[in-house]
Design a binder for this molecule. Sequence first.
Ligand code: KG4
Ligand code: ZN
Length: 345
Amino acid sequence: METIRVLGIETSCDETAAAVVEDGRKIFSSVVASQVDLHAQFGGVFPEAASRQHILNIYPIIEAALREAHMDLKEVDAVAVTRGPGLPGSLVVGINAAKGLSLGSGLPILGINHLEGHLYSAWLHEFSGDLPPEPRCPLMALIVSGGHTELILMEDHCRYRRLGGTLDDAAGEAFDKIARLIGLSYPGGPAIQRAAEEGNPQAVKFPRPWLPGSWDFSFSGLKTAVLRTVRALEADTNVEGLPVADLAASFQASVVEVLVGKTLEAAREFDAKEILVVGGVSANKALRERFWAESRLPVHIPPLSLCTDNAAMIAGAGCYRFGAGQRDGLDMDALPTWPLSELSI
Ligand code: KG4
Ligand code: ZN
């Protein structure tokens, strides 16, 4: 089989990223410019500031990715760029950069679904030595990020069946909101994880939103329960300061229990061979450990650098899509809302 090398570009949210990947598995380079410091002052992603920062960063980041891979554009086969879902003003910066590269070099461009990118992050490895075996379909995939909580049966490469997703907040969004509520910094996920390490997960018995009979998730009731507990503690004159570590640990325990429990149940029900856990929240230590401890099936969770947004995952998905014959035109528009289930080929 001929080798496929793809330059990937990702600007769907607040990370400007570029990467070069071979055959969907080997990372030659992966460069990420995070805008966390820029958005921390707003307590969340401020869309217009994100787009403008992408404009400043995009070409230097692409150049850095090619330089680190010791390649120029002549040595790649295609440019893959995130087409959606994401912030419209951010997506178009990456898409237009890809178009510019295509016009200048004649390389084909491919628009990639960001969620498909997260799935393909589980196939990637740093380019050194032998590659471990690849995940085997059918896979039960949990995508947990700041914008999404999706349970997907991956029947084969590029073939997806959506079983369920969040009815309200995404898991990462819940982490971010609860962090703010208990006085922790943005982004909330890592802050809650750190605080939780000092806390007792059984200190407060928050509800477990199982939604029996459905593969959907809901975190709004849990959020309200935390809010009520915080307000009651604040009103209690015998309590001095919030027990932040206990609240963080108890909240995290509830989210982790439900995410792991429902994914493993779906894997059994649909006879999945293996499990994928991807997206920003899959960086969470408690979540990773619980999956590995409880699952009888192999569980693939990417290394931390590939859990949060990056372009290697876009280039990785781009390799499979390029191999399957996908090519897009210079009139390709962003798709800010783009469900995975519309993608199956
Ligand atoms: O995948 P990602 O980088 O961006 C989206 O596509 O949304 O995910 C970002 C989300 C944020 O909500 C962040 O709080 C969460 O992932 N996150 C974590 C951890 N690291 C990042 N949540 C829990 N524990 C973590 N260690
Ligand atoms: Zn993401």
